[in-house]
Design a protein around this ligand. Structure first.
Ligand code: AKG
Length: 410
């Protein structure tokens, strides 16, 4: 494994991938590849091109601003733009000290998508990213914790962070949704202690905030942009337990009884409710050991694979652009692959986030070796010949290009 993404973010990529630090840490990494992830101009370019309100949040004094304050809404505009963000409104909100947040930015901003896809491949978890812009001298979010650990990469300006011990050890997703922002009373004893870490991040600095640690940041006397990379869904045994219960009914028709609606009004009859609770506990205890565990894990793996970022694809160029020939240079995008498996008949199954394909014979051996090497060396269909006939080799490269397993050499 080449840690091409992690080595840009942390000084000890292999260790991080297997056992990330359990306490917050800061690293100063070479600034340049990181500052290229997201700059002020990039925010402007996205806003000018049209950002759907669904991926942008604005937080002012710790509260989310209603989207109607910054979308076209009822204003005269072509109808599909009603839910698009108005750049002018964002200027005013920033002037007022609000923080602008771009959610799921890995899905629509290529540099962050490429890094996130590779990071996900290296750590074996779905990765997601959020971009934050806070104007000079203003705080971002109040103290809160996140569902999982986050890598905060400073790309522009500077922000001062305080990181504090978790109020909830290893928080679960529902605890994050409801209680991610502690009340003043919950926070008070913690605020009397010095923070576990106080640091000012500058471009190229990376702050690791482990799962559950409270954090809050304020831009210094210059504006701040950072990218927060995290791993969601957070894969815990609790998550797995929920999935097992979900699977009960799907796998065993005799557990269809779990679909039965509870008697109306039962919540007002504690005795009857307690009886039903113990019946269901007993049903679960009997049912769970009957689950077909290999089938459940195969289902879970497929489900989880879909949380990974799909490969970078170029549909217009691929479907309508220049033709591929035996000398068209391509590069294997190893991180497009969730996994590869040899089937009993010797064919190679390639699993991608959103699709799969199968190769056989010399083409399978060639691609498997490419993936093992995890190399960015360009190659072409002619490299498969004479083991594969030229026309078939071109067809293999075309299929791989359409799927996103390879990309054209830039
Ligand atoms: O910038 C902020 O105030 C919030 C950012 C944050 O919580 C994060 O990046 O995890």
């Amino acid at each position: 494994m080449h840690y091409r993404a992690l080595s840009k973010i942390v000084p000890f990529p292999r260790e991080f991938a297997t056992s990330p630090p359990t306490r917050p840490e800061v690293w100063s990494m070479p600034a340049e590849p990181l500052t290229a992830l997201l700059g002020l101009d990039d925010f402007d370019r996205m806003l000018q091109d049209g950002v759907p309100a669904g991926v942008l949040r604005v937080v002012r004094a710790g509260e989310e601003v209603p989207p109607a304050e910054y979308t076209w809404g009822e204003r005269p505009i072509e109808r599909p733009f009603a839910e698009v963000v108005r750049p002018g409104a964002v200027t005013r909100l920033l002037d007022g000290g609000a923080t602008v947040v771009l959610d799921a930015i890995h899905r629509f901003w290529r540099p962050i998508g490429d890094l996130g896809r590779r990071l996900a491949y290296e750590v074996g978890l779905p990765a997601s990213a959020t971009g934050f812009l806070t104007p000079a001298g203003h705080p971002g979010f109040p103290f809160h914790h996140d569902e999982g650990g986050n890598l905060l990469i400073q790309t522009v300006g500077s922000k001062t962070w305080e990181v504090r011990e978790p109020l909830i050890r290893d928080p679960l997703p529902h605890e994050t949704l409801r209680r991610s922002v502690p009340t003043e009373r919950q926070l008070e004893p913690e605020l009397r202690r010095p923070p576990a870490l106080r640091t000012t991040l500058h471009p190229g600095d990376v702050l690791w905030i482990p799962r559950g640690w409270l954090h809050s940041g304020t831009a210094t006397d210059e504006p701040s942009v950072h990218v927060s990379l995290g791993f969601v869904p957070m894969l815990t045994r609790y998550w797995l337990a929920g999935k097992l219960v979900e699977r009960l009914d799907a796998q065993r028709p005799e557990f269809a009884g779990l679909r039965r609606e509870l008697p109306w009004g039962v919540m007002r009859r504690p005795g009857e409710l307690a009886e039903i609770v113990s019946e269901v506990v007993k049903e679960l205890a009997e049912a769970l050991p009957l689950l077909d565990t290999p089938a459940v894990s195969a289902d879970l793996s497929t489900q989880l694979r879909r949380s990974f970022l799909e490969p970078p694809r170029t549909p217009a160029a691929t479907a309508a652009g220049a033709r591929i020939d035996a000398d068209t240079r391509v590069v294997t995008v190893t991180e497009s692959l969730f996994a590869t498996h040899r089937l009993p008949d010797g064919r190679l199954r390639l699993l991608l986030a959103d699709s799969s394909l199968t190769l056989s014979g010399a083409a399978a051996d060639f691609l498997e070796a490419q993936c093992e090497r995890d190399s960015e060396e360009p190659w072409c269909a002619r490299d498969l010949t004479p083991d594969v006939a030229e026309a078939a080799a071109v067809s293999v490269v075309t299929t791989l290009l359409r799927a996103g397993v390879v990309r054209r050499q830039r």
